[in-house]
Ligand binder design. Sequence first.
Ligand SMILES: CC(C)(COP(=O)(O)OP(=O)(O)OC[C@H]1O[C@@H](n2cnc3c(N)ncnc32)[C@H](O)[C@@H]1OP(=O)(O)O)[C@@H](O)C(=O)NCCC(=O)NCCS
Length: 190
Amino acid sequence: MAGRSGGTTAGPKRASGLLSTRQEVTLLRLQPGQWRRWRELRLAALAESPHAFCTRLSDWQGDGDTEDRWRSRLAEVPCNLAANLGGRPCGMVSGTGPDSHGDAELLSLWVAPDARGRGVGDALVEAVAGWAEAEGAMVLVLTVRATNAAAISLYRRHGFADAGSVTRPDGEPADLRMTRPLAHPVPRPS
Ligand SMILES: CC(C)(COP(=O)(O)OP(=O)(O)OC[C@H]1O[C@@H](n2cnc3c(N)ncnc32)[C@H](O)[C@@H]1OP(=O)(O)O)[C@@H](O)C(=O)NCCC(=O)NCCS
């Protein structure tokens, strides 16, 4: 799990006809002081995949691109993970909650295009699930564009099921809500 030094090792799932070497995926839990690292990944994500996120790149550029704001984002959201593949920064994810219903939320998942299909998404999703479980969450929830087939495929493979649609304020087709129950040890009788 991120935050510890141990990374997950995952080989490429798709060789795409090329000889590929096995590379290690390592995850790091970022603190507010590491805001530059988060900023670099987040700006790359918003530029590369504008349709995957509610936030727009322009919201975090210009006047919106300040050290205070990036630090606040990392301070307000309790779990922020950065992924490296073969030592290179290549992905990110966050987790919030759990709220009063026991729901934690996975958000801001992104893997750089040249690192896709290599287990980075798997490692990030499982790390947030592990974090949420350790925080006492009962369910991990997320919202994804209904047209985002790659992300939906990844989430289904990790035990998420469709849980209805979420209307978008901009009039675009509704997003998909997905949920995954989390395992909890049965409390011992006192
Ligand atoms: C969705 C995303 C995180 C998946 O990351 P990943 O590490 O490639 O995850 P996976 O290897 O499990 O691939 C997931 C799906 O992506 C597609 N995919 C796989 N390799 C790919 C590649 N090299 N290039 C593009 N898509 C690829 C496949 O459809 C795959 O589904 P499958 O395993 O059923 O074949 C990544 O594609 C991404 O960052 N997309 C843009 C941002 C985004 O959509 N974030 C989610 C917001 S809710």
